[in-house]
Design a binder for this molecule. Sequence first.
Ligand code: TRP
Length: 334
Amino acid sequence: MDEKKKVIFSGIQPSGQLTLGNYLGAIKNWVKLQDEYDCYFCVVDLHAITVKQEPKDLRARTLEVMAIYIAAGIVPEKNTIFIQSHVPAHSEAAWLLNCYTYMGELSRMTQFKDKSQRYGESIAAGLYNYPVLMAADILLYQTDLVPVGSDQKQHLELARDIAQRFNGLYSETFVIPEPYIAQTGAKIMDLQTPTKKMSKSEDNPNSYILIMDPPEVIRKKVSRAVTDSVGEVRYSDEQPGVKNLITILSTITGQTPKEIENKYAGQGYAQFKNDVGEAIVGELEPIQKKVKEILADKSYLENIYKTGAQKAEYSARKTLSKMQRKIGFIPAAR
Ligand code: TRP
């Protein structure tokens, strides 16, 4: 008999092009989870529109993110890969959960505080409510584990609080999700300001490497990455630029930071940087090729997101009906 596998849910917003940070910090780890867990990997387009999106870019990126998932090794038959807006239960559950979430809780979210400082009064209400939509994503699938970076921990914590509150008010409805901390939870930093997380929203393109950057661009960006005047390849907080490049190399090749330090002892940075560039190119080039093949085959991709949405819809509906019933809504007559 098949023992019931634990459920994992994660998603990436199609709001910009994905970076090496998204790949090494998230997607590469997801690939390792697919045999052991029942995984839902979502392209969260509803989240993306909390900031302005050009419709044609949103369309292209949504498909590209999905193609990247698959090209990176997430096998469609083993997982549920889908587009968030294809499963309306996400929007519906988010409304319901909004009524069990306090303004105070949402106002304390640091990501919202940062963003509202940047946008002022004309910040979208969606950006404020965004953690509730994320809670709906997670809770609809009775998710056990959520692989998240440190910037999303607070949102996951809120999802747990909302779930506990709802369960307490009515009766057991949701599984309380836990963060999944990957053993190799690589946090990739900005190449120009290595004390900040690598982000696609940075103005200077030398700050980040995109998954789809051509090899020569990748090599150039690595060679321009900020290091220091120490001149030693050392995995140390005092050398954040070098440390970040070691993390990248280590995550790709599987060598430990210590092994990498030893290999380049007394050599300065030139060969080291060169090898980091080649390692990234070696990892991303085959993925880029597959992404292009997948995007060229519309019906293949369409088939995957259709099947994914059907599978997701089935589980999500079950939880949504349960919520509606407990709240006291009259089930619609058929
Ligand atoms: N908010 C997440 C981010 O910006 C993306 C996301 C949306 C997500 N729904 C999720 C991540 C559910 C994990 C689980 O990175």
